[in-house]
Design a protein around this ligand. Sequence first.
Ligand code: IPE
Ligand code: IPE
Ligand code: MG
Ligand code: MG
Ligand code: MG
Length: 336
Amino acid sequence: MTSFDVDPRPKYLRYLVGAIPKFLRRPPTQIRNDTGLASHSSSVFTESLRVTAKEVNACLDDLLPLPEGPERRVAEAMRYSALDGGKRLRPFLVSASADLFDVPRPYSLRVGAAVEMIHCYSLVHDDLPAMDDDDLRRGRPTCHKAFDEATAILAGDALLTKAFAVLSDAASHPDGLIRCKLVAVLANAAGAEGMVGGQMLDLLAADADFDEQQTRRLQALKTGRMLAVSCQMGALLGQAEPDAMKDLDSYGVYLGAAFQIADDLLDLEASEADLGKATGKDEAAGKATFVSLHGPERARKVAKTLVDQAVAALDRFGERAESLRAAAVFTVSRRS
Ligand code: IPE
Ligand code: IPE
Ligand code: MG
Ligand code: MG
Ligand code: MG
């Protein structure tokens, strides 16, 4: 079986299923109903997200030891920012994508932990006074509040660099070429042409009138790239064929766009207690979001359409991609 050939059903059955129109293949209630996920699908997803979070937390705990000596302070700040809280959606996407190709779990967990390190660094820096100036993150004081600004900057720097040290270690995958590809795609997604570039646009948008196209681009870079690359890295671990890789990437791009719109809606509508971070900040800071451009109702509709597009991109993977479909629905139905 090639890594592309992920469907365990006999070929004749797959051919027959392929002849059935797409909208008839899967009862929609298995995926979602008008109120979001069907309860079965939703609880299965919540449980697997919880299990992955637990496994990734253990992995991060191992990967972030506390050294002796006064430099220990930066390691404490790294652990503070990476270990407690967070949905761990990016590691989930790495593992769920890698699962499509039967990648051994220890590899996908380490790779997910590396992606999460970069995500946590981006949050530490995003919260700094020079950026969003936030005091609360994951229900606790932000890193610069719990430590100090300089330590928070260094903790972010160290989480970023540690991620690449983790990926380059043979424990992440025995094949050096695959490790090299993992490093390259993550560096591109996180850097000036990806997340950092999006954060730059986010800052510039406060003093400019971004239109819909510019706002879409901003969000695709600052949030979409890290979510999409998580799927791509799972596929790389599984040595997926180009078409499968492309579909997983499309899924990640749609999911990423929906995810940031949901974040913007939560900023407007959710409570600080539920989110574990300050709310109502985007409007106050004049951020360019779908909500500020079109209002919450239209933003919700756009997010739902993006989820449908994400789900449709998974067709080739059949039932094995059920957890990724549920993750897409969760993206917009989540309460935190
Ligand atoms: C928040 O990401 C920052 C954005 C990219 C919108 P998450 O909502 O995934 O934050 P955690 O990791 O669960 O705290
Ligand atoms: C942050 O976006 C995206 C990152 C790259 C960290 P936001 O500024 O909207 O994220 P929150 O709302 O503070 O989590
Ligand atoms: Mg921000
Ligand atoms: Mg912020
Ligand atoms: Mg936000």
